[in-house]
Design a protein around this ligand. Structure first.
Ligand SMILES: N[C@@H](CCC(=O)N[C@@H](CS)C(=O)NCC(=O)O)C(=O)O
Length: 214
């Protein structure tokens, strides 16, 4: 199994966590030529990371990869429980991908103060914060987001929350987490795989920022 990924990529982090938690043997390699390059797009048409290669089979999109890995390597399961449980896990994973993270990503365009749109960047940070606040009504960690077992629902948020703690201060603000989400964060960081991948992602982001973000 090849995982095309970079330590700085938050979407790659969740797939790495899944591979590690399931004990799947894989090599993480940077996308040949870089992401969004013609060379890489010959392998992965959208040019995005993460993507996996399993023999001749290659697929991108972290949510699709997650489903593929669960079907191909069912044990240990990261989609435990019945159909309703799995639907809730998928919902939280999609909540992250479609409704939360995109607001943070769009702030990248405003990092440089000389070209920053203050109103637009402030609006994006407000929206990101509102999605975190909304989680207090969506989850009841016990202690994981969707029950007493770790699942795919838990894997997307750690690197994104860590990234937000680095991004908000660039705009002179701090991100905040409600009591349920904060309690969950403390639990999830006790998992050595989640901690190691998230810490590596944080350090890669700090290095990237210190290098000028290019
Ligand atoms: N929906 C995609 C998002 C992945 C994504 O946006 N990855 C970024 C790096 S974190 C990327 O490859 N960006 C390159 C591009 O957008 O062309 C997924 O879930 O895999």
């Amino acid at each position: 199994m090849i995982l095309y990924a970079l330590p700085v990529s938050t979407y790659s982090a969740k797939v790495r966590m899944q591979l590690e938690l399931k004990g799947i043997d894989y090599d993480m390699v940077p996308p040949p030529g870089g992401y969004s390059t013609p060379e890489y797009m010959q392998i992965v048409p959208l040019g995005t990371i993460p993507a996996i290669r399993d023999g001749d089979f290659c697929i991108s999109e972290s949510g699709v990869i997650a489903s593929y890995l669960e079907e191909k390597f069912p044990e240990p399961s990261l989609m435990p429980g019945d159909a309703e449980d799995r639907a809730r896990q998928r919902f939280m994973a999609q909540y992250h991908d479609l409704w939360l993270e995109p607001h943070l990503r769009r702030t990248f365009a405003h990092v440089d103060p000389s070209t920053r749109d203050e109103v637009a960047s402030s609006d994006l940070l407000d929206k990101f914060q509102a999605r975190i606040d909304m989680m207090e009504g969506l989850v009841d960690p016990a202690p994981y987001l969707c029950g007493d077992k770790i699942s795919i629902a838990d894997l997307a948020f750690p690197a994104t929350f860590t990234l937000s703690e680095l991004m908000f201060p660039i705009f002179g603000r701090d991100v905040s987490f409600g009591p349920k989400v904060q309690a969950w964060r403390e639990t999830i960081y006790q998992n050595p795989v989640v901690k190691a991948v998230t810490d590596e992602s944080r350090q890669a982001t700090i290095d990237w920022m210190n290098s000028g973000g290019g």
